[in-house]
Design a protein around this ligand. Structure first.
Ligand code: FAD
Ligand code: SF4
Length: 524
């Protein structure tokens, strides 16, 4: 019998591009082999948009080059049709290399983790699965946080994380500035003048190098029918680029991040956002270095406390919290549909072709860049789906396919929980519902829209406003016990019977039109 050729096979997934990964500890280039694979399933199971495919493939291939430059052996399987799944590709690799053992950091997606575990178990090879130390909160710590709590809320988790890791604390161990949270200072709008006078620079761009250009051509050939464009692709795809993107944000945009994180403006996709989520999620950046950079900028007097705190809350609070929720709630979380929503996703989500200006802006930039910022995701596209009553599974599939930063552990709780309230209140304490007036206040979209955000019925009625009142009418009974909905339900109580009937009728007609459009497009 031949001796095994490989001592350890180190499996590296497309979102594990971290040179400091625990999987590389004790790596011996003469004995061990790194295995990476591009498989078509990852782009076709849900039809992923072209920018997201390009980002993952380009970042993976750059990482492969970086590893090989260190003299490490990498068996890298470039995109082929068969085997189509990662589990199938791993099975073939195990048969080929017959390693003594397999080492891998746990996969970030429940279904993938299960299928890889299955293949490895069947092969009978010794297996070491390591916890992902990229994350600041371990599974055990999150379980400990949940113990004895009837209800989970991000704010309490966040305070615990600040205390445990001594982030933004004063000498007495109290929150810097006396408050844990400066959220009420994070809701400014640009006013009529817009953001132009405030924006110092556009974010640093990373034009495609030869390797990325090769990937872009491949994606165009292999996935020609997938939505999205590649002409403006300029995402950081290496560790160095990612660090430069972070430094650029800290230097030029963090100072205003706090004030304007909820604001939107026509043709301004980035505003004061960091655009580092994709780099974080494929592990080119470590959340600790991101938090340290923001805290240092505050301590050196370069940015206000509310800006640093607002940003750190997203990375240390929300990002770690939604991951904890994902692993705690899976696999059942995927099936949740607390509001029994069943409308199909409107077809214009794949084209941007709608006369609703806010949606056209958010969707067109999403398809062009693979990016929309949080409030566009939550309070434009997400809000429309929630109010219309779209099947949360369809909403989930859309979000998972269109953003360059989309990975299930972070996308699913944000979509199903925060945005669609499909988990019935596990993640958010109330549904994030608002009328078109909210969008009007936070942006200039309505000024060039054919609809009027103040109208709920009639030919100029803003569909958001119609559907907002209709949502409250449809769900008033189930939401009646929620004190955070009291004001909105009190306002609903002021509508006359006639107003209610007209809202219902207009909402019915809107749904029928959008359902018809979705059907005829599916049929064609
Ligand atoms: P910034 O606005 O600059 O924020 C800084 C960082 O904080 C982000 O890079 C991100 O790492 C983190 N962050 C901010 N908000 C959240 C949040 N709610 N949950 C987790 N982390 C957060 N984020 C993803 O990374 N991947 C997704 O697939 C994803 N899907 C989403 C779907 C919906 C419906 C919603 C409402 C939000 C989603 N988010 C997702 C969260 C958030 O919108 C994005 O992280 C953010 O817009 C990315 O842009 P940015 O890097 O410029 O972030
Ligand atoms: Fe959107 Fe309504 Fe404003 Fe038009 S009027 S931009 S549809 S919120």
């Amino acid at each position: 019998m031949n001796a095994p050729a490989v001592r350890q096979l180190i499996v590296v997934l497309g979102d594990q591009l971290d040179r400091n990964s625990a999987a590389f500890e004790g790596f011996d280039p003469t004995l061990d082999l790194i295995w990476m694979a591009e498989v078509s399933d990852e782009s076709t199971r849900i039809p992923v948009t072209q920018p997201r495919i390009a980002l993952f493939l380009s970042a993976m291939r750059h990482f492969r080059e970086e590893l090989r430059a260190c003299g490490w052996r990498v068996d890298y399987r470039e995109l082929t049709s068969e085997p189509a799944s990662l589990a199938g590709a791993l099975e073939a690799a195990l048969a080929q290399h017959r390693p003594q053992s397999i080492v891998m950091v746990e996969a970030g997606e429940w279904q993938l983790r299960e299928s890889l575990r299955g293949v490895i178990k069947q092969s009978g090879t010794a297996f070491r699965e390591l916890e992902d130390r990229h994350f600041i909160c371990t599974h055990d710590e999150f379980a400990e946080h949940c113990k004895g709590r009837k209800q989970l809320r991000m704010e309490y988790f966040y305070r615990e994380m600040r205390r445990r890791h001594r982030i933004l604390l004063d000498a007495e161990g109290q929150p810097e500035g006396g408050e844990w949270n400066y959220d009420n200072e994070n809701r400014k709008t640009f006013g009529k003048a817009g953001p132009q006078g405030l924006l110092r620079t556009t974010p640093k761009s990373f034009p495609p190098d030869a390797l990325t250009r090769e990937v872009i051509s491949l994606v165009k050939v292999r996935f020609p029918t997938h939505a999205g464009q590649l002409e403006d692709f300029d995402w950081p795809v290496t560790r160095n680029d990612a660090r430069e993107a972070l430094d650029d944000f800290i230097e030029n945009r963090l100072a205003s991040f706090g004030d304007y994180q909820d604001a939107m403006w026509t043709n301004e996709p980035w505003l004061f956002h960091s655009r580092i989520a994709a780099a974080l999620n494929v592990k080119l950046l470590d959340p600790r270095e991101v938090i340290t950079a923001a805290e240092e900028a505050y301590r050196q007097g370069r940015v206000p406390l509310a800006a640093a705190e607002g940003f750190i809350r997203q990375v240390l609070g929300w990002r770690e919290y939604v991951r904890g929720i994902y692993w705690r709630m899976m696999p059942g979380y995927l099936e949740k549909n607390a509001l029994a929503a069943e409308q199909p996703l409107p077809e214009f989500f794949w084209t941007g072709q709608t006369d609703m200006h806010c949606l056209r802006q958010a969707i067109e930039q999403t398809l062009q860049l693979g990016y929309a910022h949080h409030i566009q995701r939550l309070m434009v596209t997400g809000l429309f789906c929630l109010l219309l009553g779209v099947d949360p599974q369809a909403v989930h599939r859309w979000y998972l396919s269109v953003y360059v930063d989309a990975v299930e552990w972070v996308e699913l709780p944000n979509t199903l929980g925060m945005s669609q309230y499909a988990d019935g209140g596990v993640l958010a304490s109330k549904p994030y519902v608002a009328s078109g007036k909210y969008i009007d206040r936070m942006s200039n979209y309505c000024a060039s829209c054919r609809y009027d955000p103040g109208e709920s019925v009639g030919p100029s009625a803003c569909p958001f406003t119609t559907l907002y009142w209709d949502f409250l009418l449809r769900h008033q009974e189930s939401l009646a016990g929620n004190t955070r909905m009291a004001l909105q339900l009190r306002n609903l109580g002021k509508l006359t019977d006639l107003q209610r009937e007209r809202v219902r009728e207009q909402a019915r007609s809107l749904r029928a039109t959008l359902r018809g459009a979705a059907r005829s497009n599916l049929a064609s």
